[in-house]
Design a binder for this molecule. Structure first.
Ligand code: ZN
Length: 199
């Protein structure tokens, strides 16, 4: 016998398929949603559909945005000669929150992982190299995570860029090994940025 009606079960299943949502949380959320005023539930559902339909990659830095270019690439107040390479849009947001980095970003959407079969062509690396050939860049700061994948990616990128003569640096290790950048506090991020070393 099903514990709940099939529609509730379906909602619980959908919610529990989200990252970080276990069976209990999914149940709690499902009942919360069912008890919401109808308009609130509609707004929530429409917001999800609208976000999925309209959010795309910035044509320049590949972060998620709802326009051709993201607000950072569009801004005329950024230092357009420095690019910080990050693994994902959440890491970009973590650095933006410090308010101290004035350059541009490049979002790889992943990291090289031979173990998981993720190679250089599976992340936005070609796009970075392409940018370096058309933009006037003085320094590339590699801010991938300090995990094995992040370090592998950093080394790979540095080898690619070195011959171009563009300065390549790596954020200082102060960032805990394997730590996702988004969970690290702003002071630690700033220290990692300021203490970066040339590769
Ligand atoms: Zn952008």
């Amino acid at each position: 016998m099903e514990l709940y009606s099939s529609k509730i079960t379906k909602l619980i299943e959908e919610l529990s398929s989200l990252p970080g949502i276990g069976a209990k949380s999914a149940q709690r959320l499902a009942f919360h949603i069912i008890n919401m005023p109808k308009e609130r539930a509609e707004t929530l559902a429409n917001t999800i559909v609208d976000a999925r339909a309209n959010i795309r990659y910035c044509q320049k830095c590949f972060t998620l945005t709802d326009d051709e270019l993201c607000p950072i690439c569009k801004s005329d107040r950024r230092d357009i000669h420095t690019i910080m390479v990050v693994e994902n849009s959440r890491d970009l947001a973590a650095y933006e929150k410090t308010g101290k980095f004035e350059g541009l970003y490049h979002v790889l959407h992943g990291a090289i992982s031979p173990m998981l079969g993720i190679g250089p062509n599976d992340i936005r690396l070609k796009e970075l190299i392409q940018r370096l050939s058309v933009e006037d860049i003085d320094e590339v700061i590699i801010a991938t995570n300090s995990s094995l994948e992040g370090e592998t990616t950093a080394m790979y990128i540095s080898k690619l860029i070195k011959p171009t003569g563009i300065k390549v640096s790596r954020i200082a290790s102060g960032v805990p090994v394997g730590g996702d950048l988004e969970y690290i506090d702003e002071v630690t991020l700033l220290r990692a940025l300021e203490g970066r070393v040339e590769l």
